[in-house]
Design a protein around this ligand. Structure first.
Ligand SMILES: NC(=O)c1ccc[n+]([C@@H]2O[C@H](COP(=O)([O-])OP(=O)(O)OC[C@H]3O[C@@H](n4cnc5c(N)ncnc54)[C@H](OP(=O)(O)O)[C@@H]3O)[C@@H](O)[C@H]2O)c1
Length: 283
């Protein structure tokens, strides 16, 4: 299929979401600097943005969208609730604070950032209220494992539209991807470039040379052709342009096999064992 930057996929509730987005964690120090980077991303063509209360990027994102002069409906805004606001008391209030910072009266995707034990189920019920009130067009989760997704599946009435997880060629999340696919949940890939891990990888470099593209472009194509939703971040206008200049080539079967062969199912985050496993670790 011929794709472009804002080609959409259809989520499990029927709403459409661009398959390619822009991440907003650690963009810059000040809101003005963050806003300038987001405006550059909008100018480059991005319309889907990933934010979170925890990233402190909502205010800059809301301001950039307003300043762009482009109608709100043309954007797909995703944001997330952080663990300290989860539970029965603060969810609605935290959501309203996000709306206020984003200068909007609805979000396109509202997610639970981390499956804080004992809190994620009740938080999900509250998010269903937000969804049913029409203030979030879709709701989803992030960093959930299969067991936690199963809990939502069994104990609630709405299945997450998205599970946002670390994912890239050496950490392909095959088991959970398979689970998500079977249950109509899209896998959105955070750290899709693994912070530059593939820039020097000989397999990726070989494929890039064959197509006269860069290693980063090859990795983004791998995501799109694997049915994953990548949300790379960049503070550089040059990198932004490079990252979207990927719609004039296609990875062939040999390329995909070689890239799939890089999988070691290991995170690039240099944390202690189990630190990023939500079964063991909580914020
Ligand atoms: N849900 C969660 O728990 C969670 C966790 C982490 C991240 N996220 C989300 O996922 C998004 C993406 O993850 P991430 O930002 O951590 O990592 P990433 O997108 O994999 O990597 C970002 C890094 O790649 C560099 N880069 C981008 N394009 C490049 C290019 N063409 N050539 C060379 N380097 C390039 C950027 O540098 P330059 O700025 O110099 O371009 C930046 O240092 C985040 O922004 C956030 O929205 C979610």
């Amino acid at each position: 299929m011929r794709r472009s930057l804002n080609t959409t996929i259809t989520l499990n509730n029927g709403i459409k979401m661009p398959q390619f987005g822009f991440g907003t964690v650690r963009l810059a120090q000040t809101d003005d600097e963050k806003k300038a980077i987001i405006l550059e991303a909008i100018k480059t063509g991005f319309r889907k943005f990933d934010s979170a209360a925890r990233y402190d990027s909502e205010r800059a994102l809301g301001a950039a969208i307003k300043e762009s002069g482009i109608p709100r409906e043309e954007f797909f805004i995703g944001t997330k609730i952080w663990s300290t606001d989860m539970g029965k008391d603060r969810v609605i209030e935290a959501f309203e604070e996000s709306l206020e910072k984003l200068q909007t009266d609805y979000v396109d995707l509202y997610m639970i950032h981390w499956p804080a034990p004992h809190k994620y189920l009740i938080t999900w019920q509250k998010m269903i209220e937000i969804y049913e009130a029409g203030k979030a067009r879709a709701i989803g989760v992030s960093n959930f494992n299969i067991e936690q997704l199963e809990t939502l599946y069994e104990k609630s009435t709405v299945i997450p539209a998205v599970n946002q997880m670390e994912c890239h060629p050496s950490y392909q999340r095959l088991l959970i991807r398979d689970y998500c696919q079977k249950h109509g949940i899209f896998l959105e890939a955070y750290q899709p470039l693994a912070h530059g891990l593939y820039l020097d990888n000989p397999t990726v470099a070989g494929i890039a040379a064959k197509h006269e593209k860069t290693p980063t472009q090859v990795v983004i194509r791998w995501h799109l052709q694997s049915g994953i939703v990548p949300i790379p971040r960049s503070t550089s206008a040059g990198h932004m342009k490079e990252n979207i200049d990927i719609f004039d080539f296609e990875l062939d079967t040999d390329d995909m096999i070689a890239l799939n062969g890089l999988n070691v199912e290991r995170s690039v985050n240099n944390f202690a064992p189990n630190c990023m496993d939500p079964t063991f670790f909580t914020y």
